[in-house]
Design a protein around this ligand. Structure first.
Ligand SMILES: Nc1nc2c(c(=O)[nH]1)N[C@H]1C(S)=C(S)[C@@H](COP(=O)(O)O)O[C@H]1N2
Ligand SMILES: [Mo]
Length: 308
């Protein structure tokens, strides 16, 4: 079980450098740690820090890249790691259409030249009640939406994953109604916590994590964070997201992390942190995945037990 196949070099070095950089920023004896690993100071990526980061210990690169949900490559947790190497991610472009001033095909290179990439260490909570802490690299979705120019009549954002069955074996079978679709309310999409991720641990995003560009909405269940996005549509109607369309009794549109609202088949009160080991105790799930201070205002007056 190794993530190395998708990487130009071993993951060990960047992760070590990364953790040393964290230590340096925290004001610890980072220089000594750097010397001990033989890393050079100029190897340390220079990210902008916005203050959204959790201080919880991130999961390892191997954990984040070997336990995945990406049904386009199979339904097993290790299927994406094994199968996603077949995906071609270059060239890549995103079609932005609907209620925007500048509709069209946006090349990934052009997008990346115009946005600010930074690092976000976010908690990530799957609806299946497992969780991780992930150091993403990416940019705020609002920057991309502003490039296209959102018209005042737009109320929702619809996202679509690539449909390319010749490279995505799961799409050759009717596991889901392909392509995978997700959606956000416009204010959720414009929120500074909402990012398009392009990397992990300062490296290119591995295919199994949704390369080259995937949504990350840290206060919502993981299925909202749609991978390998090729289309973004600004619209007036609430988009029909794939999991809600598949089973509306079990999966909703909002899908905010909420320990008080059980899934019909299991409690959402606790979660299993990946990497904790077989005998680790479950940890309490926090409303909005711990981001209530930042996003609670978006849902004032909304009944979260009905709008789940
Ligand atoms: N296109 C697409 N996006 C997807 C999925 C998927 O199957 N297809 N799975 C979702 C689910 S259920 C989760 S929990 C996260 C998993 O992201 P990760 O594998 O990077 O942890 O991706 C989400 N985005
Ligand atoms: Mo999930």
């Amino acid at each position: 079980m190794s993530a190395k196949y998708n990487l130009p070099y071993s993951h060990v070095t960047p992760e070590t450098v990364y953790l040393n950089r964290r230590a340096m920023m925290a004001g610890f004896a980072g220089a000594g740690l750097l010397a001990a690993t033989g890393a050079q100071a100029q190897d340390v990526p220079d990210f902008e820090i916005k203050g959204f980061d959790t201080t919880e210990t991130p999961n390892t690169f191997e954990e984040i890249t070997s336990y995945n949900n990406f049904y386009e490559f199979g339904t097993g947790k290790e299927d994406p790691m094994r199968n996603a190497h077949t995906l071609t991610t270059d060239p890549w472009s995103v079609e932005i259409d609907g209620m925007v001033e500048r509709p069209g095909s946006y090349g990934l290179g052009d997008i990346l030249a115009k946005v600010d990439i930074d690092e976000r260490i976010y908690r990530f909570r799957c609806v299946e009640a497992w969780s991780m802490v992930i150091p993403w690299n990416g940019f705020e979705l609002n920057q991309l939406l502003n490039l296209a120019g959102v018209q005042p009549s737009a109320k929702y954002v619809r996202f679509e994953t690539l449909f390319r069955p010749e490279e995505m074996p799961g799409q050759r079978r009717p596991i889901l109604d392909w392509p995978y679709v997700e959606g956000l309310r416009l204010d959720e999409a414009m929120h500074p916590l909402t990012i398009m991720a392009t990397g992990l641990y300062g490296q290119e995003l591995p295919n199994q994590n949704g390369a080259p560009l995937r949504l990350v909405v840290p206060w919502k269940y993981g299925f909202k964070s749609i991978k390998s996005v090729v289309k973004i549509t600004l619209q007036e109607e609430q988009p029909v997201n794939t999991w809600k369309a598949t089973n509306h009794r079990e999966y909703g549109f909002y899908s905010n992390v909420n320990p008080e609202v059980s899934h019909p088949r299991w409690s959402q009160a606790t979660e299993r942190r990946i990497g904790g080991g077989l005998f680790a105790s479950r940890i309490a799930t926090v409303k909005f995945n711990g981001y209530e201070e930042q996003v609670g205002d978006l849902y004032r007056g909304l009944d979260l037990t009905k709008n789940y």
